[in-house]
Design a protein around this ligand. Structure first.
Ligand code: ZN
Length: 313
């Protein structure tokens, strides 16, 4: 790839406009761990999930039944929130147009976009989006919570929900394994994206000249794609990898630790989660993560993803 001056100035504008150096400085503490995860967890996702054909209504009811068992208080508030919200089941057409399941505020009204039920992915996504909807409870609409926290709730709920589906005979063990493999795979892909982007910024060292960018591309051709996306976003839309992806990585790491706590003490952990959900607009990254898994959260994440026994060997 030969870069021209326009590319260099677009790149500079995007990177500076989005405060990327500042952003990476903020999450620098996680970078060694991300490299470790990439080295340790290269896995393949095998097989396909079983077909499930719940109606949209049955799917929603099944997920709400789960939430009721998970934590009745949280569920009651979630049901209230959903009654006020607009729940939309996406058609195949809107999916082709690139509209994904999500929770958005549109003219002060909450919209919850869901997929129709095809397999465990759509089921788990529904629990994921309901967890996001649950974070809107008791939260002043004007208050925006720390973006880096916002995928913890959804990843945690997906894990508890998948386990519940197995216990209740909806998912097979094979489906469950597929789900776990997929989560790890996605985590590794996301970590790679963040590491690449961080590496480009380090190499660049605030020098946005065309020559400097060209040097990086020549020395590390595999980063060309990353560099293009840093300038222009992903596949035409302006989603900027690092900032967008980081919330999924932090979400998955913290959720995994919290899930282990949940397996040891489900009631206490679901109550902690409920409390967190009702107040998380007040938290920054450190406060939010500390609230859920303790102030020693870095050690805890490390112990979960790199168990001690292996360290000692
Ligand atoms: Zn989400």
């Amino acid at each position: 790839m030969v870069l021209d001056d326009k590319f260099a100035s677009d790149f500079k504008e995007n990177v500076m406009g989005r405060g990327m150096y500042h952003f990476y400085k903020n999450i620098q503490q996680f970078m060694p761990m991300l490299a470790g995860i990439v080295n340790r967890y290269q896995n393949k996702v095998q097989g396909v999930p079983s077909v499930l054909t719940f109606s949209a209504e049955d799917m929603v009811n099944l997920v709400l039944t789960f939430f009721q068992e998970f934590n009745p208080r949280f569920c009651d508030r979630l049901v209230d929130t959903l009654q006020e919200a607009k729940v939309i089941i996406l058609s195949d057409k809107s999916k082709q147009d690139g509209i994904c399941p999500c929770v958005v505020l549109s003219n002060d009204k909450l919209e919850v976009l869901l997929e129709s039920c095809k397999d465990m992915n759509s089921l788990c996504t529904t629990s994921h989006e309901f967890a996001h909807a649950g974070s809107q409870q008791n939260v002043e609409k004007k208050q925006r919570k720390e973006q880096l926290l916002c995928e913890i709730e959804s990843h945690f709920i997906e894990k508890v929900f998948a386990e519940w589906l197995v216990e209740n005979g909806v998912l097979s063990q094979e489906d469950y394994k597929y789900k776990c493999d997929l989560q790890l795979h996605d985590l590794v892909v996301d970590c790679c994206r963040l590491l690449n982007e961080n590496y480009v910024l380090e190499q660049l060292n605030h020098d946005y000249s065309r020559e400097n960018l060209q040097r990086i591309v020549d020395e590390t051709p595999y980063l060309e794609k990353t560099i293009r996306e840093m300038a222009y976003g992903r596949s035409g839309n302006k989603t900027f990898w690092g900032k967008f992806v980081a919330r999924y990585i932090i979400g998955e790491m913290v959720a995994q630790v919290l899930y282990e706590d949940y397996q040891k003490s489900p009631v206490a952990t679901s109550m902690l989660f409920d409390e967190y959900m009702s107040k998380n607009a007040e938290f920054g990254l450190k406060e939010g993560v500390s609230f859920l898994i303790g102030e020693n959260y870095m050690d805890r994440i490390n112990n979960t993803f790199f168990p001690k026994k292996e360290h000692d060997q």
